[in-house]
Design a protein around this ligand. Structure first.
Ligand code: DWN
Length: 388
């Protein structure tokens, strides 16, 4: 087995640590590596999880209409399985959980700000990280679960093997693990290197998940492609003895397709890395070519923090960033210290907006028709650097 680093995005701050002027920051070296045995793509160095997920965690899922709709839809799918007990790993602000009664649904959420919010709403919420000790406690109190759901959470757990074993121990014989995370295939296709940041300990391919799940007596039964978060996969997995959910032909299709796209070969990732070096040069040249530099950033995403720091984009290029999340407003973009202000309609003196939240392009372009009609333009680096 060999693990090879294929991408180095340099010195980066904690992506969701939006700071005030003068506050100290922690930096680390951000790199991504490929394991040729498991086919897993992971960070070269994991950052201490207590530094990432804490009582002031900034990202709130309910800030986007798209995500609220998304969670309502998956909740409707889950209701059709008629579960008596559901557990969510990484409940954030309850965007998914609030679709179920507190009598049925339990949360695990290490960020105290969100976990307390769920408790106040009447839910049982464990302010803890997902691991075997926690699962033993849950098991002895509530027994096994019919559904274990996790959105954008499994890929945040460095100890992925232990976390899947914990799932296996808590899942009913006919239970289903449903989880969704950004797709490695989509990241490669879109050149969206900003999916790689401190919180994303792994970017999953189906090839890697298939192996990891099988190691823990879990089996993928169905896969759905999702458009959210820059292209994600939703996996339905069960214990291998489960006879209730049959294997769907999506599983073999995804595996074949990923093999065709070389997601089991180091060379694919080296080519990706070369593309990213070009993306950096192209983005800086595009920003340099704009004479009247009234450019703002749209969305203080974790992803954009990676782009700003990798490309060394500071307030010499971007006047300020607008964001709808109250806890990010009047703070600074980590590392490069561009000010973040409360979102209001884009001001008349602004000609360009860098789409930090490129994964909501549709929602944002629809909302910003006035800006576009008066000649305003969005800039993005996905799938290649361009003015939209
Ligand atoms: O995995 C993760 C995903 C689910 O969310 C976490 N590790 C952290 C976070 O990543 P992100 O910060 O890159 O996520 P988003 O969903 O791309 O962030 C969108 C940001 O843009 C939010 O701060 C809200 C903001 N926004 C806005 O200001 N106006 C979003 C929309 C749609 C808007 O119209």
């Amino acid at each position: 087995m060999s693990i090879t680093e294929f991408l180095n995005l340099g010195r980066q701050p904690i992506a969701n640590n939006f700071i005030k002027n003068g506050e100290k920051e922690l930096f680390f070296n951000l790199g991504a590596s490929f394991n040729d045995e498991t086919n897993l793509v992971s960070l070269s160095n994991f950052v201490d999880k207590n530094k990432l997920f804490h009582d002031q965690y900034a990202y709130s899922s309910s800030m986007s209409i798209t995500m609220k709709k998304h969670f309502k839809q998956i909740a409707e799918i889950i209701k059709k399985f008629n579960p008596s007990k559901i557990l969510e790993i990484g409940s954030n602000d309850g965007a998914f959980l609030f679709n179920f009664s507190p009598k049925k649904a339990i949360a695990v959420e290490p960020c105290g700000n969100f976990s307390n919010l769920l408790k106040k709403a009447g839910y049982i919420s464990y302010t803890r990280f997902w691991d075997l000790n926690l699962v033993n406690e849950i098991l002895s109190k509530y027994g096994k679960m019919d559904i274990i759901y996790a959105a954008n959470c499994m890929c945040h757990i460095p100890e992925i093997e232990e976390s899947l074993l914990a799932v296996k121990n808590l899942l009913n014989d006919n239970g289903i693990l449903i989880f969704e995370d950004p797709s490695l295939e989509e990241m490669i296709k879109r050149g969206s290197y900003d999916q790689i940041y401190d919180e994303h300990a792994h970017i999953f391919s189906i090839l890697s998940l298939n192996k990891l799940l099988n190691n823990n007596n879990l089996e993928i039964r169905k896969i759905e492609k999702l458009s959210v978060h820059g292209g994600s996969n939703r996996i339905y997995a069960t214990l291998n003895k489960n006879n209730f959910l049959k294997k769907d032909n999506s599983v073999d299709k995804f595996i074949k397709n990923e093999e065709l796209n070389g997601l089991n070969k180091l060379n694919t990732f080296i080519e990706f890395s070369n593309k990213i070096k070009k993306s950096k040069i192209d983005l800086i040249s595009l920003l340099d070519s704009i004479k009247d530099k009234n450019i703002i950033g749209y969305g203080a995403t974790s992803k954009s923090v990676v782009v700003y720091n990798y490309c060394k984009i500071k307030d010499n290029y971007i006047n300020y960033v607008v964001d709808t999340t109250p806890s990010k407003q009047n703070k600074l973009i980590p590392g490069v210290h561009i000010p973040i202000i409360k979102y209001t309609k884009i001001k008349n003196n602004i000609n360009y907006a860098f789409l930090g939240a490129w994964n909501y392009e549709k929602e944002i372009l629809k909302k910003e028709q006035d800006f576009i009609k008066r000649g305003g333009r969005f800039i993005t680096h996905v799938p290649y650097v361009r003015i939209i």
